[in-house]
Design a protein around this ligand. Structure first.
Ligand code: GDP
Length: 318
C-alpha cells in the first residue's frame, strides 16, 4: 500500500479509530483523513456523499459506531440500531460510489448467536437467535457486514469485515452507565481503593466467560488486512482464550492494587454465557495477537490514571 494513500479513519476519536491513527502513523502513512462529528455527521447521508465526492479517499476504516456495554445496549436499543445502520449505509454506499480501493468494516463478536458452539467460527453467523441484551446493535452490525458482502458481489468492491472480541485499551469509555466490563472494573476498583472500601461490586454472577483483545492488536490486524491481498470476507479478531468475569475482576484488583473482596450483584444481567472467538481464519493468513491481558491492562490503567488526572472526565475524586 502506497504510504501517501488517502486513508479515511471514520471514528478517529473513539478507542478503535484512535488506535488506527496511531498504528497507521507509526507505519509511515502520511495522508490520514479524519473528521470530527461536528464537521461531518456520518448519520447525515447528504453530508457523507458530499465528503466522498470532494475528498479523493483511497481506503476507508469504518470504525465510527454507537457502542456501549450491556446496560446501554439493553436500555437504548433504538439509538444503537438507528445510528449504526445510518452510518453503515451512508459510508459503505458512498465509498462504493467513489471507487475506494478497500474498506475495512468493524463489527463485533456479539453478531454471533447466543448459544453457539465455542470457540465461535465465522460460519456460525445467523445459525440461531441472538443474545437479547444487545440484539439491536448486533442486527445493525450484521447488516453492515452483509452490505460489504453484497457490494463486493454486485460491484466488485473490496470491503472486508473484522469481528473483534471484547476490546479494551487507551481512550476507553469509563462512564459506568455505558462502559464495558473491563474499563468499568478498572474505574470501580480504583475508586474503591481511594475510598478504602472493603468490597468491590461486580455485576452478574461472575461466571460468564469473555475474551479480551487490546485495541492496538485490533489496529494491527486491520493494518495487516489493508496491506494484504484479502479483499472480501469476515474475519474474527481475538486472542483465542477467555476467562470468567470473576477471574477478570481478580486481575483488575491485582493491577489496580485494590485488596478488598468481590461482591457479585446477581440482579444485574450476565448476558451471554460465553463468547470466545475461533481466530484460526486470520491466524492462518499470518496474523496473531501479541498483547497479553495483564500487560495490556496495566498499560490501560496507566492511561486511565493519566486521563482522570482531570477528575471531571471520569468523576473520580483523585
Ligand atoms: P457484553 O460482553 O456484551 O455482555 O458486555 P459487558 O462488557 O458490558 O459485560 C460483560 C460481562 O461483565 C457481563 O456479564 C456483565 O454483567 C459483567 N460485568 C460485571 N461488572 C460489570 C460492570 O461494572 N459493567 C459492565 N458493563 N459489565 C459488568
Amino acid at each position: 500500500m502506497n504510504k501517501h494513500a488517502r486513508i479515511f479513519v471514520a471514528g478517529h476519536r473513539g478507542m478503535v479509530g484512535s488506535a488506527l491513527v496511531r498504528r497507521l502513523g507509526a507505519a509511515g502513512y502520511d495522508n490520514i483523513v479524519t473528521r470530527t462529528k461536528a464537521r461531518l455527521d456520518l448519520t447525515d447521508q447528504q453530508a457523507v456523499n458530499r465528503f466522498f465526492e470532494e475528498d479523493q479517499i483511497d481506503v476507508v476504516f469504518l470504525a465510527a459506531a454507537r457502542v456501549g456495554g450491556i446496560l446501554a445496549n439493553s436500555t437504548m436499543p433504538a439509538s444503537f440500531i438507528y445510528e449504526n445502520l445510518a452510518i453503515e449505509t451512508n459510508v459503505i454506499h458512498a465509498a462504493c460510489r467513489s471507487n475506494v480501493s478497500k474498506l475495512v468494516f468493524f463489527g463485533s463478536s456479539c453478531i454471533y448467536p447466543k448459544s453457539c458452539p465455542q470457540p465461535i467460527r465465522e460460519e456460525y453467523l445467523l445459525q440461531s437467535a441472538l443474545e437479547p441484551t444487545n440484539e439491536a446493535y448486533a442486527i445493525a452490525k450484521i447488516a453492515g457486514l452483509k452490505m460489504c458482502e453484497a457490494y463486493n458481489r454486485q460491484y466488485g468492491t473490496h470491503f472486508v469485515s473484522l469481528m473483534p472480541t471484547n476490546l479494551y485499551g487507551p481512550n476507553d469509555n469509563y462512564d459506568l452507565t455505558s462502559s464495558h466490563v473491563l474499563p468499568a472494573l478498572i474505574r470501580k476498583a480504583h475508586e474503591a481503593k481511594l475510598r478504602g472500601d472493603a468490597t468491590l461490586p461486580v455485576w452478574g454472577t461472575g461466571s460468564p466467560r469473555r475474551e479480551f483483545l487490546h485495541v492496538d492488536d485490533l489496529a494491527d490486524a486491520a493494518a495487516f488486512v489493508m496491506e494484504s491481498s484479502v479483499n472480501d470476507g469476515v474475519f474474527n479478531v481475538g486472542v483465542g482464550h477467555d476467562l470468567t468475569i470473576r477471574e477478570l475482576a481478580q486481575m483488575v484488583c491485582r493491577v489496580v492494587g485494590f485488596e478488598g473482596a468481590l461482591v457479585f450483584d446477581a440482579a444485574k444481567p450476565d448476558g451471554t454465557p460465553r463468547k470466545l472467538l475461533d481466530v484460526s481464519k486470520l491466524e492462518g493468513m499470518g496474523w496473531k495477537a501479541s498483547i497479553a491481558l495483564e500487560e495490556g491492562m496495566r498499560a490501560t490503567y496507566r492511561d486511565f490514571l493519566d486521563r482522570c488526572a482531570s477528575a471531571q472526565e471520569t468523576g473520580v475524586a483523585a
